[in-house]
Design a protein around this ligand. Structure first.
Ligand code: HEC
Ligand code: HEC
Length: 218
């Protein structure tokens, strides 16, 4: 019987895995698009929805601001800022916290009980707030430039704003938080396959440099 060359068979398996993951990502992105679209339709546009749900947003994010800061600018270096983050990405993360795919007890409890419409309101408002400009280490930031341009631009953009809606904005983010996430991606594929592949060969100094470089982008 003809045997597949080993590398070819491996390639086919990798491709199937990748396509499976991409399809799952498409379905999830489609679901969060629908949640946002439902909100725009309810008020007849994005600006209208923003204006009409301002009070709801304030009411539903009293608790969030305790950790994520006022105006979505975190003052805790290990807690992410939410200001300027893509609405789609925020909703995807809430979905992952709710399902337990991304792990943090407090975020699980908050996300699990959240109505989709409330999630959409919260994500919409944070995404329209101006991002923060956190303090970074200038030497580290500079040393991260080369790796960033080589390995990160395709998905997060030259400006760190995320070149696709499911790709996080990382510019203006707290550098210690970015480093913590990069170290987690580096250590475990369960944290996110694409990001594990991108970080697994980098050492902790390189990850730290990337975190400071990305945080400093505008
Ligand atoms: C007790 C503190 C706390 C509260 C309250 C809290 N969060 Fe969080 N949240 C965190 C921490 C810490 C993380 C980062 C988890 C990690 O390191 O993976 C996080 C992560 C997130 C993320 C993912 C951000 C990213 O860049 O990936 C989103 C979105 C989020 N929170 C939204 C909210 C919303 C909306 C609320 C209010 C309904 C809220 N959080 C309340 C502590 C909190
Ligand atoms: C193939 C596309 C792709 C490339 C290339 C890529 N990323 Fe990502 N990145 C993603 C995706 C998708 C996510 C969201 C993961 C999730 O949903 O948990 C992400 C998430 C992140 C996060 C977490 C953001 C947050 O708010 O929690 C950081 C930090 C990050 N990437 C940095 C980088 C850096 C630095 C590089 C270059 C070494 C890089 N990425 C290269 C796709 C990519």
């Amino acid at each position: 019987m003809y045997k597949f060359p080993r590398t070819l068979a491996m390639g086919a398996v990798m491709l199937a895995l990748f396509q499976g993951a991409a399809q799952a990502a498409d379905t999830r992105l489609e679901a969060v698009h629908q949640e946002l679209q439902a909100l725009y339709d309810e008020f007849g546009g994005v600006d209208e929805a923003l204006e009409a749900t301002h009070h709801d947003f304030e009411l539903r994010t009293v608790l969030c601001s305790y950790c994520h800061g006022s105006n979505g600018h975190s003052r805790n270096r290990e807690v992410p800022s939410l200001a300027g983050q893509h609405a789609e990405y925020i909703l995807l993360q809430l979905m992952d916290f709710a399902s337990g795919e991304r792990k943090l007890k407090v975020m699980h409890d908050l996300a699990e009980g959240m109505e989709p419409r409330d999630g959409a309101i919260i994500a919409l408002h944070f995404s329209h707030m101006p991002p923060d400009q956190p303090e970074v280490d200038p030497v580290l930031a500079q040393s991260g430039a080369e790796i960033y341009v080589q390995h990160c631009v395709a998905c997060h953009g030259v400006d760190g704003r995320g070149s696709g809606l499911a790709y996080a904005r990382i510019s203006g983010q707290q550098p210690d938080y970015l480093y913590k996430r990069l170290a987690a991606f580096n250590a475990a594929p369960e944290e996110g396959e694409a990001m594990h592949a991108m970080t697994r060969k980098l050492n902790s100094l390189e990850l730290k440099a990337l975190a400071h470089y990305a945080a400093n982008l505008k």
